[in-house]
Each structure stands twice: as C-alpha cells, then as structure tokens.
Design a protein around this ligand. Structure first.
Ligand SMILES: Cc1cc2nc3c(=O)[nH]c(=O)nc-3n(C[C@H](O)[C@H](O)[C@H](O)COP(=O)(O)O)c2cc1C
Length: 219
C-alpha cells in the first residue's frame, strides 16, 4: 500500500494544528488507500538550514550536518504521497515548515510525488495564501502539487467537541483531496517505476558544460 506522510507544519504551544491534524490523519486512514504516518515538526527539531557541499559528503549517501537532518531526509524520501497541514503566517507558510522543506535540498526526496495541502487560519482566508505559496515552493523540489485542497477559515471555531469539522464542506473537500492523492500516487508510482529522468538542474548543468566545451574546443 502507498505510504502517505502527513506533515504538521506548525509547532508553537496552543497551536490549532492539534485540532486539524488528528482529524486529517483519521480521515486519511479511514480512506483505505494509504499507510498513514504523521510527521509532526514538533518531533523533528531541525536546525535552521545550513547544509553545504562540505556537509553532504557522498552525494549518493549524504552525511549532512546532523543525524537528525539525515533522518528527516530519509523520512521524507520513504513516502509515496504527502499532505501538508499548514497554517498561514503572514500570508505564507510558517517558517518552520519552509525550513523543513529546504532541509531536503540534496536528497530529491519529494521528487515526482504528489503533495496536497490542508490550510487553515484564524481569518476568513483559511490559509489559502499559504497553500498557494506551498505549491510554488514544492514545485522547485520537483514534487507535483495538487489542485484540490482543504481550506479552513476561522479555524479556532471550525471543529466540534468530537474533533470533527462543523462544516460538511470541509469533510467533503478532504475526501476529494484524498481521492486525487490516491490517483496521483498510483500514477506517479507507475511512472517512477518505468524510469525517471535525472533532476532538471543536473540535466541543465550537463547541457551548459557541453555547450561551453563545444564553444571552446581544446586544440
Ligand atoms: C506569526 C503569525 C502570522 C499570522 N499571519 C496570519 C495571516 O497572514 N493570515 C491569517 O489569516 N492568519 C494569520 N495568523 C493567525 C493564524 O492563522 C492562527 O493563529 C492559527 O491558529 C495559527 O496556526 P497554529 O495555531 O497551528 O500555529 C498568524 C499567526 C501568527 C502566529
């Protein structure tokens, strides 16, 4: 069964993520398409990104600056699909979440896998601007951001005493998201098995090297 990892993108005490993420995880498990694991960034106190080619060592099995960074890269790489649960901080994703994504810089861990978002906020925007930014961010990792997402406005009041969202639209949106994620997960797994191109930036570097060599041939 495909592995779905749910990344919980805020860490502060009293966070509303503690209402959103358990609901997402329980509905995802009940969907029946995935083995579900929650990656709560509170459990992953990653350093501010500080990797460089000296900390990577062997590119095929990088050491990184700390064992936790190596473990985080392995945790992300070992998934077939992702849901990112993100609040909106100043019209974008929380810094701790951006840092966690930047930290998989060298492993191509998200590459050719689908990423869906569940956004929430205290205001009427429901995290929509964070979701839009997230799509821009993960596309650089060569992940596949999905169109259908969950948007939860006024998040402090969006769940009842049993932990379920009070709006039926919220639940319906998560079902749509999970159906899409299962479809994309299967399609991209098949495509990865058939064979992947090397990462785009490596192919571009090779093309530039070849063009430079052709422009200045050694006599
Ligand atoms: C640093 C910061 C920036 C915020 N910026 C926004 C914002 O741009 N738009 C919005 O609707 N809510 C914003 N909020 C309110 C959050 O959506 C709300 O506090 C939410 O509960 C935060 O998620 P969390 O509780 O999981 O940390 C901001 C909150 C914080 C702490």
């Amino acid at each position: 069964m495909p592995k779905l990892k749910i990344i919980v993108g805020t860490t502060r005490p009293t966070r509303v993520a503690d209402q959103v993420a358990p609901w997402v995880a329980s509905v995802a498990a009940a969907h029946g398409s995935f083995d579900v694991e929650v990656l709560d960034l509170r459990d992953w106190p990653l350093p501010f990104f500080s990797e460089h080619f000296g900390t990577l060592g062997d590119m095929n099995d990088p050491t990184y600056s700390e064992p936790l960074v190596k473990a985080w890269n392995a945790a992300i790489k070992g998934a077939d699909a992702y849901i990112v649960v993100t609040s909106e901080y100043n019209h974008s994703v929380p810094g701790v979440l951006k840092n966690a994504i930047d930290t998989v810089w060298a492993s191509n861990a998200f590459r050719n896998k689908p990423v869906a978002a569940v956004g929430y906020s205290a205001g009427i925007g429901g995290g929509i601007r964070a979701i839009e930014h997230l799509a821009q961010i993960v596309v650089e990792t060569e992940a596949v951001p999905l169109r259908n997402s969950v948007v939860i406005p006024f998040a402090h009041d969006a769940f009842d005493d049993t932990g379920r969202p009070t709006s039926p639209v919220t639940h319906a949106a998560l079902d749509v998201l999970l159906d899409d994620l299962a479809w994309w997960s299967a399609a991209l797994e098949q495509a990865r098995t058939a064979g992947e191109l090397p990462p785009g930036r490596a192919r571009l570097r090779d093309a530039i090297d070849k063009a430079r060599a052709a422009a200045s041939p050694v006599a």
